[in-house]
Design a protein around this ligand. Structure first.
Ligand code: DQA
Length: 154
């Protein structure tokens, strides 16, 4: 890769309410804390990161489509759309950008309807139940993955 890797961090509905939203499940750190920790992880990894949050499925699809040609890796927490959205999966597959799935809570230990993730089979990695620290893990993993992929000759 001839440039600093560019990552896009996408968060879905209600992630903007972190801190006040079900703190027993999602913790007391806010969305601003999440943005700060993503910025720190980007500096640590030596990558550029842009963050995007929306409560709207179509806006998330648009953001994924616009990433084509501009972004090397995606970190995505589709929130409730994880369990429902074929459109978000199709967008990720359409742009062929490697992505890591993140969940703040441990979805495996929650309700049955949260056990389905449309994107998980296609994710390079899923990080779940690590709080907002999961985004740092995702960024470091994607950075290593992109460096490795770039070093394989065609
Ligand atoms: C979540 C888990 C989802 O089941 C839920 O709908 C969310 C957040 C998480 O980060 O733990 O909104 O993706």
């Amino acid at each position: 890769m001839d440039h600093v890797p560019r990552l896009l961090v996408i968060n879905g509905p209600n992630i903007n309410l972190l801190g006040m939203r079900e703190p027993g499940i999602y913790g007391t750190q806010t969305y601003q804390d999440l943005l700060d920790s993503v910025a720190a992880a980007a500096a640590e990894a030596g990558v550029e990161v842009t963050c995007f949050q929306s409560n709207h499925e179509g806006a998330i699809v648009d953001a994924i489509q616009e990433a084509r040609g501009a972004i090397d890796g995606i970190v995505i927490n589709p929130a409730a759309y994880t369990h429902t959205s074929i459109a978000i999966l199709d967008a990720l597959k359409a742009v062929s950008i490697p992505f890591v799935e993140v969940h703040i809570s441990d979805v495996a230990s929650r309700e049955g309807f949260r056990q389905v993730s449309y994107i998980r089979p296609y994710a390079a990695l899923t990080v779940s139940g690590e709080g907002i620290g999961g985004y740092r893990q995702a960024i470091l993993y994607l950075t290593r993955l992109l460096a490795h992929t770039a070093s394989i000759p065609l």
